[in-house]
Design a protein around this ligand. Sequence first.
Ligand code: F6P
Length: 322
Amino acid sequence: MKKIAVFTSGGDSPGMNACIRAVVRTAIYHQVEVYGIKFGYQGMVDGDIHLLNSQSVANIIQRGGTILKTSRSKEFMTPEGRKKAAKNLKKHGIEGLICIGGNGSYTGALKFFEEHGIPSIGAPGTIDNDLYGTDYTIGFDTAVNTALDAIDRVRDTADSHNRTFFIEVMGRDAGFIALQVALGGGAEAVFVPEVSNQKDWIEKLFSKKQRKKSFSIIIVAEGDEEGGALVLVQKVKEKYPEIDPRVTILGHIQRGGAPSSYDRVHATRIGSAAVEALLQGVSNMACGIVDGKITFTPFQEAIHKRKDISQELLRLLEIVNV
Ligand code: F6P
């Protein structure tokens, strides 16, 4: 392989730039030409493809977002869109891809290989940490620390007023951010998509008989079955009018900011390992980190298997809230 390309796809995450940098520099180290595709799959369809050099990725390791930009391309989801994309890659002689993104991005890469024979290696770029086959995804650590910083601030005002706050964090389909910040932020409870029938918790937390705390922080993943923090709070107000809770939705704040040292180092390890694997002929695998070591999981598995939330951590949250 003499020419490869890298792109970011789906929601951006802090550390994507560190990964891009590692991809570019590792390719150059191995005397391989490396292109950057702008706006993910959409840039592939539009031919927004640019040759990169070592300088192109200078001074980006500390920056959040993605210098390559990103999108969720509808056109690439069609066979015609993928045909255009393949034509554009072939025009530049690109033989392999590094796809930095989440589940949807891996699905696109696999489909593209099946139809056009261009192999990819995936790098797990999402704050959600919801990808099977890796303990870690790029951006999770930073997002969790950003959320914790905000939660600490909310605690001050919650304490001052003896108030209950429902804080909603990101996680459309998964509660990894929610559980991590619930434990790290000293929350009383967590509502996550992976656990159903959590309504009982409302009774447990707010019935006068059982109420032990003067103020509470309750974390809600945006994808929780109840429909997020605003809906939950409405239910609490209806049942317990004497409680006057507040809602804070952290939203996209969690996606920005300078990556943590953990995200910079792990994104660099993954980016470099992904390129070396691609050059050795590995294809259609998702690169990840398990027990501190680099791993590769077939896209088929990474896409279709669900990563389990830690029962141990859920139990721990209950124990420390005794
Ligand atoms: O997948 C990452 C993520 O941040 C989710 O946690 C969130 O639900 C979603 O992206 C938001 O997407 P968008 O930026 O398109 O609103």
